[in-house]
Ligand binder design. Structure first.
Ligand SMILES: Cc1ncc(COP(=O)(O)O)c(C=O)c1O
Length: 401
């Protein structure tokens, strides 16, 4: 077996299952899970219809790995409308089967494990796929802690030159999971300057970009590059998907766009990797990327939920409305002495609400785990259920005070 597999860590949800083993949730309450960050709103009918309409013809041939020109144009068109950036649909876009597999396969394409100390830089806390992608590509990881005092921005400026010198790939997650923070232009500028100096590729994971709570839509990586005159997007790719934007996580559809010099070898890798998008999914994806009405409606529903839930929780814990995404990243009150795992276990036992301990989403680095003392709450269920969960959490915290 591949010895690198033994370096993989258990996934946060597996750790959550273990944490909750032996806990009997209070049967007086129906279970509410804020633990797993999976969209739960219904898939729009027009996307289902587009999928169904293609069934008769779509399954009879092998799809091209690069996707059809129509699909790539639909992705490029969305980038133009959403971010005002122009990409060449033929050389700068590849459809992928959701951003997860693309985040993983991109590392296998980019990393040269024969170079000493091959390193992948990740935010901390972070989406665990970055870590597995780095390790299985034969690289080591370097974690950059988010700073709560700076809207959870990863402190890229704290990374030593010696680390940057061996870095081959940097994952950026903006809007961030779990913090919801959007990376501002100054941070992009810093990363671009470092990338120019040290030659690493930047992978910008933007799958939460359409769920935001302030006026301005989140800045995208390609948009930041274009604003700084980097219209060739050198050493930069963005990854996105329809999963959260259009409530189709089961469809597995997204795309990667950016530097043609990265996209070309990525396409070569993917030819062998074998992740070509089904034409049926492609047809539904073209329809989805071309419509914004359902995206606005989806965003409105999240905004309503966050507007109801956040003020309730603000009265009892350190939490505030995030820039974007669908999580609250809340500080555990002092009564739990910083133990996010005790908080989660007791909450389940007493009120039958599941939340994810923040320490499961982060790694110990520099003597600290930046997720410790926080919990992630995914507001994916419907508004009434989320409000009920918030009411229970308020009682839970007040009863301990
Ligand atoms: C930060 C982040 N990136 C990527 C993904 C993958 O999503 P998908 O593969 O559905 O695009 C997720 C899923 O939860 C995520 O939280």
């Amino acid at each position: 077996m591949n010895p690198l597999l033994s370096q993989l860590q258990p996934y946060p949800f597996e750790r959550l299952r273990n944490l909750f083993e032996g806990v009997t949730p209070n049967p007086a309450y129906r279970p509410i899970s804020l633990g797993i960050g999976e969209p739960k709103h219904a898939t729009p009918q027009f996307i289902q219809d587009a999928l169904a309409a293609d069934l008769a013809t779509g399954l009879s041939g092998y799809p091209p790995t690069a996707g059809t020109p129509a699909l790539r144009e639909a992705c490029a068109g969305w980038l133009q409308r959403r971010y005002g950036v122009a990409v060449d649909a033929a050389t700068q876009v590849i459809p992928v089967l959701g951003s997860r597999e693309a985040l993983f396969s991109l590392a296998q394409t980019v990393i040269d494990p024969t170079r000493a100390g091959a390193t992948v830089v990740c935010p901390n806390p972070f989406y665990q796929i970055y870590e597995g992608a780095a390790l299985l590509a034969g690289a080591q990881t370097h974690y950059v802690a988010s700073d709560p005092a700076r809207n959870f921005a990863p402190r890229w400026d704290m990374v030593a030159d010696e680390v940057w010198a061996r870095t081959q790939l940097v994952y950026v997650c903006s809007p961030g999971n779990p913090t919801g923070a959007v990376m501002p232009l100054e941070e992009w500028q810093l990363l671009f300057e470092l990338s120019d100096r040290y030659g690493f590729v930047i992978a910008s994971d933007e799958c939460y970009s359409e769920i935001y709570f302030q006026g301005e839509p989140p800045l995208g990586g390609l948009q930041a590059a274009a604003a700084l005159g980097r219209t060739d997007f050198r050493r930069l790719v963005m990854l996105t998907s329809l999963s959260k934007r259009s409530n189709v996580p089961g469809m597995r559809s997204g795309f990667v766009a950016g530097d043609a010099q990265v996209i070309k070898p990525f396409l070569l890798y993917r030819t062998y990797h074998g992740s070509a998008m089904s034409p049926v999914v492609a047809a539904a994806s073209i329809a989805a990327w071309g419509d914004e009405t359902h995206v606005e409606d989806n965003r409105r529903r999240y905004r309503e939920k966050f507007a109801r839930v956040t003020p309730m929780l603000e009265t009892v814990m350190d939490v505030r409305l995030p820039d974007a995404a669908f999580y609250l990243w809340a500080g555990v009150p002092a009564a739990w002495k910083g133990s996010d795992t005790d908080f989660a276990r007791e909450l389940l036992a007493q009120y039958n609400v599941a939340v994810l301990p923040g320490s499961y989403l982060a790694r110990d680095a520099g003597g600290a785990n930046p997720g410790r003392g926080r919990v992630r709450m995914a507001l994916v269920a419907d508004t009434d259920e989320c409000v009920e969960a918030a009411e229970r959490i308020v009682h839970f915290i007040q009863s301990k005070a």
